[in-house]
Design a binder for this molecule. Structure first.
Ligand SMILES: [Mg+2]
Length: 291
């Protein structure tokens, strides 16, 4: 029986530095994982448009999750048809877990008269407004703006109205995820459900003798579902909020440093434990691959 690890990783604050988006401290172990054919699957709140840029930076060629588990994109294979239920979109096979964005824009607009002046939506803000609120460049704000499965709003009203708004979205069959700067209105999805769907897909393609071991890495509340459900949870400390606590009691590895340094530290430890191969633990950069 062989063991195949799969790594699901959050990006912002986990594989990428919270402030600089640098990932060079994780580059040596990423290269080692690529050599071993161990999949590293981005599981992020970012959009498809943002992921195209990050996949190229990370030399990542496999599947990825967008918008907090709203959809999974699989690279098309040269042969064969897409797996059942998947649609073809932007050159990928896509499994969607929620309705597309217009549904959520319509819901936000339907609620607007009851919450006059309490929020500004992404559609309303436009590139310049998003750039101003997030500190992103216009170019990055444009990529972040191209959401396919939800509509974020910047909340400007009271906490009491916010709760009322969240209740109304829930009553309409939606879900509100509180991010650092925005409330994200979408359908019922999370990174854990999307992870489990992809694991099932992988299982169908790998030999029944293969034991699949899932590793999830994250730093925030939106990573909780996948961290609770993976075989091994790697918790990355955040420079901006309290360390994440989980309900599970075992299978947790806590990195001691935030961002990519902690990611590399944790993944090396997990890989050395799983494979008995000490090379990942001693993998050090031979050269600065980031510049
Ligand atoms: Mg994060």
């Amino acid at each position: 029986m062989s063991c195949r690890p799969m790594i699901f990783t959050d990006l912002d604050g986990t594989l990428l530095d919270h402030y600089s988006y640098d990932f060079s401290p994780a580059q040596p172990i990423l290269s080692w994982l690529a050599e071993q054919n161990i999949p590293v699957i981005p599981a992020t709140s970012k959009t498809f448009a943002e992921l195209l840029v990050w996949r190229s930076r990370l030399s990542s060629q496999g599947p990825f999750m967008v918008e907090n588990g709203a959809a999974i994109y699989l690279p098309k294979t040269a042969d064969g048809a897409p797996p059942d239920g998947l649609i073809e979109k932007d050159g990928f096979w896509v499994q969607e877990f929620v309705a597309t964005r217009q549904t959520w824009i319509d819901l936000v607009e339907q609620l607007r008269p009851q919450f006059n002046g309490c929020f500004r939506s992404f559609t309303e803000l436009g590139i310049a407004g998003i750039a101003q609120l997030t500190g992103l460049t216009d170019e990055s704000a444009n990529l972040a703006r191209q959401r396919q499965y939800g509509e974020p709003v910047a909340w400007q009203g009271s906490d009491r109205d916010k709760q009322r708004f969240i209740d109304q979205v829930n009553a309409a069959g939606g879900q509100v995820l509180q991010g650092g700067r925005f409330l994200h209105i979408s359908g019922n999805c999370n990174k854990g459900d999307a992870m489990n769907w992809l694991v099932t897909e992988y299982r169908r393609h790998w030999s029944p003798d293969t034991t699949l071991i899932t590793i999830a890495a994250g730093d925030s509340g939106n990573d909780r579902d996948m961290l609770e459900r993976a075989d091994i949870a790697l918790i990355i400390p955040s420079p901006v909020h309290e360390p994440l606590s989980l309900q599970r009691q075992s299978g947790i590895v806590r990195a001691t440093t935030p961002g990519p340094t902690g990611w590399a530290e944790g993944i090396k430890q997990i890989m050395a434990d799983l494979t008995g191969d000490t090379r990942p633990a001693t993998a050090t950069p031979l050269r600065n691959q980031h510049g």
